[in-house]
Design a protein around this ligand. Structure first.
Ligand code: ZN
Length: 437
């Protein structure tokens, strides 16, 4: 009998069995989220495929807290053996280490000497006490300049910032103070998750970390974006305390529907914004970088788009768990009539092989600080004179997702390409209702 026919017969035999058997739990997925400064992979393991994303972040503080790395790996092994424990509404992720360089080097810090739990942009909430600062109180309250040169400066901070844009909850495990505390600024889901985890684990719960103000902390950053966020501190500095933390996590999973809120709709300037777009807008520079929304988000197939004065943000749920979940549209690229001639790599800046362009000086500095890889894309031209929308000629550079120009005050800002794109679209389909604000 030909193989194909035999295969077909086999399928016909087992199809009735398949249709009555309960759906097996999906296989855990292994993801690479990015690379540390020294090129070590930062990975996650995903269990379940429910709408509520809960992320457990193991070791952030490198070698001195290696027991949290061990704990997270033990939790992964547990859920591999018991995938049925994940509620249908949850997808659960474990990141064994966000700081593989610190873990390899035996250091609390990343390879730049920055404390990753002091580097996040915590100015997004209404509590000034926790705002990012380069001068921080670190382990045991020691004061040091380890917050980084600016907020979200480190590649590892940027990886977690991007990965949590669609999360409902985040658990950042540390050691060793023996207590659980939630985001500093009042956030009910964080408070509830802290209490539930602590009670399950048999750890102390404290509304605050009382010893000093934590600035730039991951739990505070996440809480400010509406993500239920807690920091459990193991009691010891060397044991994984597996049974306690498994019980804490199970207690959270049992209450998942109370603690892990599905994405909410947000509102800015009178326009509703889907939560991942709102979080991206806020976390990557807000009004200063993208301007205000110009209309409601629109859904076209699988793509949700929202126009802002300085760009268009695009949400593609099919690209969840990748940095492309929310991206500014390719407005710079679309504005180029013809490709610019390639640059000579003379070593005076950063050369982009893919686009053959050079980025240097003030434009390079701005691009790096803004997480240009995520927000602006690669340069498509060298520096050139650009006629701004106000008619003035300015030094500028074209990128895939923006055109940047040097302003009279010395600052570098994106041109208002979102306005232009909206007007162009309006000209193509003038029947759409349209409100100018
Ligand atoms: Zn720590």
């Amino acid at each position: 009998m030909p193989t194909r026919l035999r295969y077909l017969l086999f399928l016909l035999t087992i199809l009735p069995l398949l249709s009555v058997a309960p759906a097996p739990a999906p296989e855990p997925a292994e993801l690479t989220l990015g690379s540390s400064l020294q090129g070590r992979p930062i990975t996650a393991v995903r269990f379940g495929d429910g709408p509520r994303k809960l992320v457990v972040v193991g070791d952030t503080h490198g070698g001195p807290e290696a027991n949290t790395y061990e704990l997270t790996n033990q939790l992964i092994a547990h859920f591999r053996a018991n995938p049925g424990e994940i509620p249908a509404s949850v997808r659960l992720y474990f990141i064994p280490t966000l700081n593989p360089d610190g873990l390899a080097l035996g250091s609390r810090f990343n390879a730049n000497g920055v404390d990753l739990n002091r580097n996040m942009n915590t100015t997004l909430d209404s509590c000034p006490e926790n705002d990012w600062n380069t001068v921080v109180q670190g382990a045991y309250g020691l004061i040091a300049e380890t917050g980084g040169p600016y907020a979200d400066s480190e590649v590892e901070s940027r990886i977690i910032r991007s990965f949590l844009l669609d999360a409902s909850g985040a658990i950042f495990i540390h050691s060793n103070a023996g207590l659980v505390f939630p985001a500093f600024c009042e956030h009910a889901p964080s408070n509830l998750m802290g209490q539930v985890y602590a009670e399950g684990a048999g750890y102390l719960y404290n509304r605050f970390w009382l010893k000093y103000n934590i600035t730039g902390g991951m739990h505070d950053w996440a809480g400010s974006l509406g993500i239920a966020a807690i920091t459990p501190e193991l009691i010891t500095g060397d044991l994984p305390e597996f049974e306690q933390n498994l019980a804490g996590l199970r207690a959270v999973l049992v209450r998942a529907d109370d603690i892990l809120l599905p994405p909410q709709e947000r509102s800015e300037h009178g326009f509703a914004m889907p939560e991942p777009i709102w979080r991206f807008w806020k976390a990557y520079g807000g009004e200063q970088r993208f301007g205000l929304p110009l209309q409601q988000a629109t859904l076209e197939g699988d793509l949700t788009r929202q126009f802002f004065s300085h760009g268009v943000l695009e949400l593609r749920p099919a690209l969840a768990d990748t940095p492309a979940l929310v991206q500014p549209a390719l407005l710079g690229q679309n504005s180029l009539a013809a490709p610019a001639s390639p640059a000579v790599n003379d070593g005076s800046g950063r050369f982009f092989e893919r686009t053959g362009q050079l980025l240097r000086g003030a434009f390079l500095e701005h691009w790096q600080q803004a997480d240009g890889a995520q927000v602006y894309g690669s340069p498509l031209s060298g520096e050139l004179l650009i006629i701004s929308t106000d008619g003035a000629q300015r030094q500028g550079q074209v990128f895939e997702r923006a055109i940047l120009t040097l302003q009279d005050d010395g600052g570098i800002r994106p041109e208002p390409l979102g306005w232009q794109a909206l007007l162009a679209e309006r000209l193509r389909s003038p029947d759409q209702p349209f409100t100018l604000r």
